[in-house]
Ligand binder design. Sequence first.
Ligand SMILES: Nc1ncnc2c1ncn2[C@@H]1O[C@H](COP(=O)(O)OP(=O)(O)OP(=O)(O)O)[C@@H](O)[C@H]1O
Length: 572
Amino acid sequence: MARGLLPAAFTVAVGLFVAAVQHGGSVVVSLALVGGLFVLIQLLAPLHAQVGSNLGDRLASWLHDRLLDATTRPDGTAHLESEKITTDLTVARDFDLGISGPPMNLSMGMIAGGLVEAVAGLTQAAVLSAYHWWAAPLVGGAWAATHWLLRESSGWDRGTDEVGIAQRHAEYTYRLAVEPSAAKELRLFGLSEWTVARFAANRRRLVDLRWHATRLRQRPMRWTVAVLVGANGLLFWSLAADATAGAINAGEVIIYAQAALGTAALAFGGLNWALPLAAQSVSAVIRLGKETDSLGRLPSGEQQADGRPSSTLRFRDVHFSYPTDERPILNGLDLSVEAGTSLAIVGVNGAGKTTLVKLLCRLYDPDRGAIEVDGVDLRDFDLDSWRRQIAASFQDFIRYELPLRDNVAPLGAPDEVINAALKDARASDLADPDQVLARGYDGGTDLSGGQWQRVALARVLCAVRLGAGVVILDEPTAQLDVRAEAEIFDQILEATRGCTTILISHRFSTVRHADRICVLEKGGVVETGTHTELMARRGRYREMFELQASRFDSGQAGSAEREEQENHDCHV
Ligand SMILES: Nc1ncnc2c1ncn2[C@@H]1O[C@H](COP(=O)(O)OP(=O)(O)OP(=O)(O)O)[C@@H](O)[C@H]1O
């Protein structure tokens, strides 16, 4: 506010100084006033910029909190698979990235500056009104009209599909370029230039879109210039006429001329450009919160799931399609698992094995049918309490860029529990517990695929030690060498004894350890039984088992693998 009033005060002070020089008044006092006001204006400017920037940082941090809350709060994951929401998420984060407009700390500076200009413009107009009643509305109105005349191009819409898609592609290619996981393939497949070109093309698209918004100014700009020249021309002509006629003195001419120029602060300010851009980010983040809630929300029941299942886990006539795809993935699936036993699920790629366990984790709910735990619909259990029962390792388990101990127990656990889990997963000597499992950190290290898999298994075993009773292992041994698979899997079976275990694997040497095995095909169970029963039945299971075994027999595998397979076969 003070900054907004100072320019008008400065205008009057300069006028008083000129009048003092002309009419022999107190030059020293008026000059001191001019100097003092000038220094004050200069001092307040950086202070004001700093406050604006701090305010922007705080708003950006609040928006970040809201954004992360919007993505992580929903209990389901469907919102993260929606094309619209993932695009909106990229655009909404632009308050931080500043790709399609200024980042929030700059925007807030501009908004604060714009408010100062608005106050300054109004006070200068008030000074002008001392000249003639019509002067302030004429000049002030002309400058204020520019906001309306240039309204189409005053800001550009960050939220359009084109902006969103270009920004999302740009961000994706940026991540490809900087993340170590993509580095090998980019180089080997010669995709480095492609990545740079794709990034540049999408950034160029954003610049083009902004340029288009700028060009929208061209036509209304002519009208704007005409209105401003007309209004200011009239005022300055009137000032010149009054000065010539002696109706006003030189000091007054200077005051009114400066006030007329200062009234220009009412136009072209950062306010009408920065405000809509900043407001777009805020409204996008708030809107996203509602959208992710409605897409990713799962109802939660009241019953506590501690110690469940105690008798059976049953999939009853389960039908399911993903929200983004109408294709039925599970089609009337019936399956039951006795509590405290293990069930292996086998089937070709895309048969729906992982989908089945995602439903069990309640990441989605069946479209029809139900999953029952001891006869109670899973949806009747309190969601958090059910998830606490589950220890799961998915095919695409997370490799946290955290110390080994936090990879095993992200929410913390006693040292002895972590150490025991690491020991069971044969992962104790992979790294120091406090060593970060990622390069790019002080003392950080990276692990091989199989070593990472042991860490993921240790995470599951740690959760079991902390009380989880339902164990889901989706391809738990896919990256282990054959000897490690045998060693670790026996150990896992031992450590999860008494748990209800669902195991998904393409490795029959792993699968055969399960108490029961089911074959999934076309969205339903086509065979179920023990390994021995299924081999005797000579159906799909045996067909797949023999196909895999024949690879070993035909000598495609190394001698150790063959020996391992033979050892396993001895147990049939
Ligand atoms: N989030 C998703 N949205 C839409 N479709 C999906 C999604 N996840 C999986 N699918 C589809 O569901 C089908 C079953 O996938 P699922 O991952 O359950 O198969 P799977 O039996 O585990 O396969 P694999 O042996 O290759 O791991 C596939 O056709 C896949 O394309």
